[in-house]
Write a protein that binds this ligand. Structure first.
Ligand code: UGA
Length: 440
């Protein structure tokens, strides 16, 4: 089979490479000649474990091609996937669909044979219907089948998520679209992956409802963490205790500084706007958005309190600034609120992140970038963990303690074993670890 993948961002590039792994002939198209040139040379514009090898392998096998030209990519394609960005529109929280529609218009202009056009970008409910109308207007002469195939992959484990998904959701309205998508995902039958065929609206909503539910789950455990601190309970044990109930599940119950990233913040807002447009109140999601925003600011207070209420003139080491580990992505990262707020209170910040520096340099002016955690901690009055990179788990705490000026350790990802940190001489504050008795 043959497909064209429009957009070589995160979703497009990973999906393109993974479809090639399924044996499909893929051409990834992007308007940016810079990006395509980079990919042609085997360089990957984003950090994602395993992606470089996968792309290199299928490029060498001739199954994965890159082009700035859409017309040749469309030739003989069984399906065209739209995987362009849908950022939050400035000012109103709606998803910005201009890239989706300009891609669709271009497809309509250039297409010469019947095909299936699939949205893989996260698009609000009703977009498939709008695309259907657009194609009817622009190409009444041609059979264009519209479908929705939302993506659930996570940054940092995207390839595994694509190749071994919990489920695949396909919104279709014609038999042809159903057949093409079923054929593309056939390799997943081997591992008995459920493939759900739904209407287009349902598939579009499954995506937003999934992300909003996961954001809700995180926000729920974050509030329970606050209560744990107040009553002397341990949120990790509470999470395990509730998560072992199969109806709840153990995943996405790690308390922290609030969710970030390119998806949850954007998709929760977009779902709220969809609700408003249709006169449906989504009060739970509305509250989740507000609680999560407030949480990032609350974390600033937590750090300041741990440092005795005053940070002016103090030196703070920050370990991790990306929104989660195994990515260089800084979008909506809690660090973007917490770091500037500490700077505004007069603290001097020394930062280390294994992958975040390139992006971080643009977004976090005025911090000192360090080559590793020890360098960041040298002479620091306090150390704050914002992202749970694995390298932090293996930190030699005794060595770290000998380097810092002050013993305050604020672990907003519960990376460290509190007892070990306390034994090494730190004054430990975690999230929701109310059962830890601080030592003076
Ligand atoms: C998320 C979803 O998990 C994917 O299924 C989805 O495909 C993707 O959005 C998308 O819509 O494209 P991603 O944003 O890469 O993936 O990252 P997650 O691993 O979901 O983490 C999101 C945020 O929640 C991070 O800031 C993370 O630190 C936070 N989080 C996650 C917690 O605070 N606690 C948890 O238990 C889990």
């Amino acid at each position: 089979m043959r497909i064209a993948m429009i957009g070589t961002g995160y979703v497009g590039l990973v999906s393109g490479a993974c479809f090639a792994e399924f044996g499909v002939e893929v051409t990834c198209v992007d308007k940016s000649s810079e990006k395509i040139a980079m990919l042609e040379q085997g360089r990957i514009p984003i950090y994602e474990p395993g992606l470089e090898d996968l792309v290199a392998r299928h490029k060498a096998a001739g199954r994965l091609r890159f082009s700035t030209e859409l017309a040749p990519a469309l030739e003989g394609a069984d399906a065209v996937f739209i995987a362009v960005g849908t950022p939050t529109r400035r000012g109103d929280g709606h998803a910005d669909l201009s890239y989706v529609f300009s891609a669709a218009e271009e497809i309509a202009k250039l297409l010469t044979h019947p095909t299936v056009v699939v949205t893989k970008s996260t698009v609000p409910v009703g977009t498939g219907r709008r695309l259907r109308r657009l194609f009817d207007q622009l190409r009444p002469d041609l059979e264009i089948h519209v479908a929705s195939n939302p993506e659930f992959l996570r940054e940092g484990s995207a390839i595994e998520d694509f190749l071994r998904p919990d489920r695949v959701v396909c919104g279709v309205e014609t038999q042809r679209a159903r057949e093409v998508l079923a054929a593309l995902y056939r390799p997943l039958n081997l591992i008995e992956t459920p493939i759900l065929f739904t209407t287009i609206e349902t598939a579009e909503l499954v995506k937003y409802a999934t992300n909003s539910f996961l954001a809700t789950k995180i926000t729920f455990i974050n509030e329970i963490a606050d209560l744990c601190e107040a009553v002397g309970a341990d949120v990790q044990q509470v999470a395990r205790g509730i998560g072992l109930d199969g109806r709840i599940g153990r995943k996405f119950l790690h308390a922290g500084p609030g969710y970030g990233g390119s998806c949850f913040p954007k998709d929760t807002l977009a779902l709220l706007r969809t609700g408003e447009m249709h006169g449906v109140q989504l009060r739970i999601v509305d509250t989740v958005v507000q609680v999560n925003e407030a949480r990032k600011r609350r974390m600033v207070k937590k750090i300041v309190d741990a440092m005795g209420g005053e940070v002016a003139g103090k030196r703070i080491a920050v370990l991790g600034v990306t929104f989660k580990p195994n990515t260089d992505d800084m979008r909506e990262s809690p660090s973007l609120v917490i770091v500037p707020a500490l700077q505004a209170e007069g603290a001097e910040l020394r930062v280390f992140d294994p992958e975040g520096r390139r992006e971080g340099e643009k977004l976090l002016p005025g911090v000192v970038w360090c080559a590793d955690a020890y360098e960041a901690m040298a002479g620091a009055d306090a150390t704050v963990v914002l992202t749970e990179w694995n390298v932090f788990r293996g930190l030699d705490l005794e060595r770290a303690r000998s380097l810092v000026r002050g013993p305050v350790l604020v672990d907003l990802r519960n990376v460290f074993d509190p007892e070990r940190a306390i034994r090494a001489g730190f004054r430990y504050t975690g999230v929701g670890r109310g059962s830890i008795r601080p030592v003076d």
